[in-house]
Design a protein around this ligand. Structure first.
Ligand SMILES: CC(C)(COP(=O)(O)OP(=O)(O)OC[C@H]1O[C@@H](n2cnc3c(N)ncnc32)[C@H](O)[C@@H]1OP(=O)(O)O)[C@@H](O)C(=O)NCCC(=O)NCCS
Length: 183
């Protein structure tokens, strides 16, 4: 039984920062893409998670933006995936402009994103990232051998947050973009 349920989203304190949070809009796409390019550079193309996103679409209603003095400085997006036959969300990219680092923007976007996904009825979010950072938003390591990727992924960086009790207990298998099922 996985133990990170219920996920506690401590949103108190977010309003103390200068960062303003809002849901992503269609018109944000250009600036979000530029921000992600700037933050991750060309190395992003070789990441297994980026390649999964290339063949997928993000769920626009679940995307969040961070703004500082009216400028877009942060983004988080979620893509629909299947793990085996069960639906889940893949979180990423999470990118904050260096000019806005260490002001809580990354954590704020994670908390808003998780909250929105839970409200929309999603049960599970996974990501590949730095465990000490994502633990701040309730992410915990996935047990070895549970989830496979169609490319190299450091198992120690595979993290999840469950939005329903015991959701990961029933999930195992290969990750693929959900959109493939609709072709
Ligand atoms: C990682 C990233 C999203 C953090 O965004 P941020 O808005 O600066 O972070 P927050 O303000 O929410 O949190 C800052 C805290 O997290 C810590 N932190 C930042 N990156 C970290 C990491 N990779 N691992 C552990 N802790 C980290 C900071 O040291 C700081 O700690 P403190 O509160 O004890 O001073 C941002 O630096 C970024 O976009 N990095 C490049 C892209 C990237 O690596 N994205 C995915 C992360 S795996």
């Amino acid at each position: 039984m996985y133990v990170n349920w219920p996920v506690e989203l401590n949103m108190q304190g977010l309003e103390k920062s200068e960062i303003q949070y809002r849901q992503e809009r269609v018109g944000d796409d250009f600036l979000v893409t530029e921000l992600v390019k700037r933050v991750f550079g060309p190395g992003r193309y070789v990441l297994t998670t980026s390649r999964l996103r290339e063949h997928n679409t993000h769920v626009q209603q679940l995307g969040w933006i961070g703004e500082l003095a009216g400028k877009l400085v942060g983004t988080v997006r979620f893509s629909p995936i299947l793990i085996g036959v069960k639906p889940a969300l893949l979180l990423g990219p999470l990118a904050i402009d260096p000019s806005a680092h260490n002001q809580g923007c990354g954590l704020g976007l994670l908390l808003h994103g998780i909250d929105g996904a839970r409200d929309a009825g999603h049960g599970l979010i996974i990501l590949v990232g730095d465990a000490p950072y994502y633990a701040r938003a309730g992410f915990a390591p996935v047990a070895a051998g549970t989830i496979e990727f169609p490319g190299p992924v450091d198992p120690g960086r595979l993290l999840y947050v469950g939005l329903r009790p015991g959701v990961l207990d029933k999930i195992h298998g290969m990750v693929r973009p959900q959109v493939f099922d609709k072709i």
